[in-house]
Design a protein around this ligand. Sequence first.
Ligand SMILES: C[S@@+](CC[C@H](N)C(=O)[O-])C[C@H]1O[C@@H](n2cnc3c(N)ncnc32)[C@H](O)[C@@H]1O
Length: 208
Amino acid sequence: MTRQPHERADSPPPLVTPASADLLAQAGFDARSDLGQHFLRSKEAALRLLESAELPYQGQVLEVGAGLGTLSGTVAEAGCRIWAVEKDRRLGEILQGALRRFGPLARVSISDVREVDLHEGLDVGAVLLAIMPFDWELSAALTRHVFAATPKVERGLVVVPSRTLDQYQAAGEKAGGLRLREVDGISRSEFWPKAPEALRVVSIERHR
Ligand SMILES: C[S@@+](CC[C@H](N)C(=O)[O-])C[C@H]1O[C@@H](n2cnc3c(N)ncnc32)[C@H](O)[C@@H]1O
């Protein structure tokens, strides 16, 4: 298989499991800007996102770009089923290691979310919860993709660059039938590497 210019070798980085964003930084991990990689540094921030998401107990959550599993583990601890999808194969072992203890509550797919069968894998009423790549075009494309791929995802809560929200709101009715609303903020310093621009915590609903 020919490797794309941005693809790196798949050898795992020198990390311990479970890993944290700060350990990743200390290990000299090469965060990929083409994937908008910025990792959540604290569990407190994950808990705050969980609170904003108002997840139904034992509901199903799709997380796009699960990274190290910091948010995914918090979701599973709250009693929800999590499907953690992450494109970067270098993070596969770490993510699987972080979620192994949850057994059947947690499913991991190491793949581009646009290449997994979301309709088949999700239940009606699934919620999208994601810290989307910090690249406004990519985060907008992935958000659009999830809601277009299956009607089973009824709503979501995402962290996105503020420009993603601005562009959606500017698109109005053309925004793929979705209504986005800012519900909270999150500091750029909650991430390693620090987010390059302001972030928004946004709830998403379908237009009825
Ligand atoms: C802002 S980071 C958030 C990581 C993680 N949620 C955390 O906070 O530690 C975005 C994540 O999305 C992943 N990603 C980028 N494009 C993706 C795609 N098409 N499908 C699945 N994951 C993707 C990146 O590799 C990265 O781990």
